[in-house]
Write a protein that binds this ligand. Sequence first.
Ligand SMILES: [Zn+2]
Ligand SMILES: [Zn+2]
Length: 308
Amino acid sequence: MSQFTAISRAKIPVGKEVPIDLSVWLLHHETTIRSTFFFGVLLLIAIWEVISPRRRLLRSKSERWVNNLLLTFLNTLLLRLLFPAAAVGVAAFAELHGWGLFHHFHTPGWLATILAVIILDFAIYIQHILFHAVPLLWRLHRVHHADPDYDVTTGARFHPLEIILSMLIKFATIVVIGAPVIAVVLFEIILNAMAMFNHGNIKLPLTVDHWLRTLLVTPDMHRVHHSVEDDEANSNFGFNLSLWDRLCATYRHQPRQGHEGMTIGIHRYHTPQMVTRLDGMLLLPLRGKVSEYAINRRHWSPKPEEER
Ligand SMILES: [Zn+2]
Ligand SMILES: [Zn+2]
């Protein structure tokens, strides 16, 4: 049992208030709920990719899947060891002590839940931009971008240090806003499912994509972000709501070369040893000079006819 779960169990008057009962229940079943959604969505998108793929894969699917999922497994293990209470435990701790804006202003539970999910989504949008803008952070994040193909496992492929930093940023956001436990569980499930959906090598009818992306990030929208071209990679940072990219002018509709013609990955690093194998991915942040890339140092310049 985690530290926060123990605290919650000891002090929460079980049976008196429904929302707290729900919080306690969620704390106890969080791992089962999240694992069920993870494997369910993974299976669904994997089947979809076989039935209706968007692009032909360049590398062996089995080799990529084994290495990408090994990295995901390693990250899950690391998070469990470092943060056994997880984000949901931090939310319970903040709730118990009345920390954060929503608790301070006694915001109704339903409103705090909706707002917390939206704010957490905005926070990871900003965090994503930060990981592109700061050269040291880009070193970690390029492990996600170095995948020469784009499929459901790309969505779960991050360097362990990026995963740890992301978790700390999430903890801070939860504490500052006082996100309810249910909002955190909902957000984790949505983020996980959406990351697998929008990294899916799946074909959506263009009209469905068009309507869906007025609200959500679709596979075609996020694929632009995985382009080898710097200006395309520095767009479409959102994971769930497409609103943030539109509001902050980082939205790009389609890749110049089209979805079948575009090159996915990053400059310089493309050998299987560097970008497909687990050891190569773990060591990728150590390659190259520190100053070689940042968001404001684009190498690409458009031809006159491509300028808008
Ligand atoms: Zn990125
Ligand atoms: Zn991505």
